[in-house]
Design a protein around this ligand. Structure first.
Ligand code: PAF
Length: 285
């Protein structure tokens, strides 16, 4: 596996591959790779001639009191996993090459960035949108792969790619879960054994709400109540930031469930903030 650290070299490498008629698949990550990332890499390898993965813990998407410093980092372990998975290129920039002195630009996707997670993490999605725009311009992929666990992130990226005419197909892959339903996340490493057990309430809440909707419940207020009851019955969940039914396109909270619905949750267990969601595409009308 080739490791490239300089943006211009990454761009030149991609340009050469594209000129040779190769398709480039891209999986942007912040490292601490788990099975969720590996499933994106497998999908990427199946659908493209060349697979590029980036690892960059992007400082601009963390708030001043968030976990940037302690975010899990395992460069050697990650490089081994990527090599074993048959990745062609690892793009591994440092902060100075991504944000050189004088950097002043940011990308904001209005209307989607201040809802759900954005309401609790001001500036987060502008940091994500800016770094993803840069990464897409540097790697120039044919397709880029994101996990559905970060549904709002995927939606924002699809919007910015369309609004800014970036020639890439955004592919969203299903959430990978532990045996008890907990969505895989690098932040699960922060949980102690009791908190890890408590975290199963998140998927319980989402799957109970999904079942209720599948069996005919149309009242989104009752769904919200059910979700909040399940989460509140877990004493280690200290804060429910949001738990409700949303319009999957606008992210507005629903009163009534008529067709597609996004069930989404963000909670804090101890100091750890966890998110998850289920998208129901067909609920009947
Ligand atoms: O989902 C992530 O890991 C990050 O938000 C991303 C897309 C790599 C941007 O830093």
């Amino acid at each position: 596996m080739e490791i490239i650290r300089i943006p211009r070299i990454m761009q030149e490498t991609s340009k050469r591959a594209l000129l040779r008629g190769r398709t480039i698949g891209f999986v942007p990550t912040m490292g601490a790779l788990h099975e969720g990332h590996m499933s994106l890499i497998r999908a990427c390898r199946q659908e493209n001639d060349i697979t590029v993965v980036s690892i960059f813990v992007n400082p601009t998407q963390f708030g001043p009191h968030e976990d940037f410093e302690k975010y899990p980092r395992d460069p050697e372990g990650d490089i081994n996993k990527l090599t074993d998975a048959g990745v062609d290129t690892l793009y591994l920039p440092d902060t100075a090459s991504m944000y050189p002195e004088g950097f002043r630009t940011s990308v904001v996707v209005n209307g989607l960035s201040d809802k759900l997670c954005g309401a609790f993490r001001p500036g987060h999605f502008s940091g994500v949108a800016t770094v993803v725009t840069k990464l897409l311009n540097i790697v120039m992929p044919t397709r880029a792969y994101f996990g559905q666990k970060d549904y709002q992130q995927s939606l924002i990226i699809k919007r910015l790619v369309s609004d800014l005419n970036i020639p890439v197909e955004i592919v969203t892959c299903p959430t990978v879960r532990e045996h008890d339903g907990l969505a895989m996340s690098s932040r699960n490493q922060y949980l102690n054994p009791d908190e890890r057990k408590a975290a199963t309430a998140i998927y319980k809440c989402l799957s109970s709400a999904a079942e209720k909707i599948k069996s005919g419940e149309k009242n989104a207020v009752r769904i919200k109540e059910l979700m909040n009851e399940i989460l509140s019955s877990e004493p280690l969940i200290k804060e429910i930031q949001y738990a409700s039914a949303y319009d999957p396109e606008t992210l507005d909270e629903l009163q009534r469930i008529d067709s597609k619905v996004l069930l989404a949750v963000a909670v804090k267990i101890g100091q750890t903030r966890l998110i998850d969601n289920i998208l129901l595409e067909e609920t009947g009308s």
